[in-house]
Design a protein around this ligand. Sequence first.
Ligand code: PXL
Length: 265
Amino acid sequence: MRALAINDISCAGKCSLTVALPVLSACGATVDILPTALLSTHTGGFTGYTFLPLDGEMEKICAHWETLGLKYDIICSGYLGSRAQVEFVKSLKERFLKEGGIFLVDPVLGDNGRFYKGFDEGFAADMASLCALADYIVPNDTESLLLTGERDPVRALEALARLCPHPVITGADTEKGYLLYYYDGGVRELPLRKVPGSFHGAGDVFASAFAGCIANGMPFEEALSLTVKFCYRAIVRTEREVPDKKYGLNYERELSVLTEVFGAK
Ligand code: PXL
């Protein structure tokens, strides 16, 4: 199974491609990468980071790949560095997704109620138009609000389901507890165990593991359950082992959750 991960390279602070590559590989995928930007660190919680957008390179890379006839079973889009990149990524579904392949969009926009640095309402509107091409989208609760204007997760999910057949809101605090919401012909929910605190890069770990499960043909709900198990274990480990949470999740020693299912039999 061949996967294309479209995301940035944040050289320190585990997220984006430094997460997508190992996690998708643990699910048995052959992973190609299309880097959207090169940063010294991600933009959440660090100051003074470098940022090199790779717009020009992205088109050249894709033009070369077309000469090789590369096609993908799954394309996973994550952090995009400009509105022009959002438009460009829209064209990649047509150019590189196999017939019957899966297009998964993680609409990376913000967290903790706010946009990440460099993003605004116009960018969110463009991201919504990319979500409209996707089979699965995996916003966090902040992103679901920024995409739909709906604060209530059930109403946000219903609005997202008008954009894309299988939206997932990866975690929301509600009166009923901390829940994951997903749409599968109707609104469904999964209870989550919450570890207090904010865990940078958790969304990227979630998106990559879920992509790997779905690309293996795992049913939607089962894919979510396995992804939640993997993320929870990585978060618990991070809570214990990593004093500075902006450096990302210590997911590496939990990859066995995935290799046990997708590794050699
Ligand atoms: O984890 C999401 C993410 C990805 N890439 C970059 C980011 C962030 C969130 O801050 O800054 C560059």
